[in-house]
Design a protein around this ligand. Structure first.
Ligand SMILES: [Zn+2]
Length: 101
């Protein structure tokens, strides 16, 4: 998958930003980042907002893709911290992940 990297300080984000939150630079370049990463933290959602009601219960996971880049994603499967997960697709602008292996 692709991410935006600040040309000045190296800050990385999965969504495009006008200004780098670290150094205020507005120059970004697109970089390739791994499709898979490690679960950094997660929350189980039992009562979902209307747009995700058919997914519930699901996990909102914070996935560490690289040292500098963490992405918030959604998962149907139960996970725990340290699990390897892989980006699957984008559903209603949410990043869907699934467990590896
Ligand atoms: Zn920066």
């Amino acid at each position: 998958m692709e991410a935006y990297k600040c040309k000045k300080c190296g800050y990385e984000s999965i969504t495009s930003k006008y200004y780098c939150p670290t150094c205020r630079s507005s120059e970004f370049e697109k970089v390739d980042v791994p499709n898979s990463g490690t679960v950094y933290s997660y929350t189980t959602i039992h009562i979902a907002p209307p747009e995700y009601v058919d997914l519930a219960p699901y996990q909102v996971v914070l996935v560490e893709l690289t040292e500098k880049l963490k992405v918030t994603g959604f998962m149907k499967e139960r996970v725990k911290i340290g699990d390897q997960v892989m980006f699957k697709d984008v559903k209603d602008s949410a990043y869907m992940f699934e467990r590896v292996g």
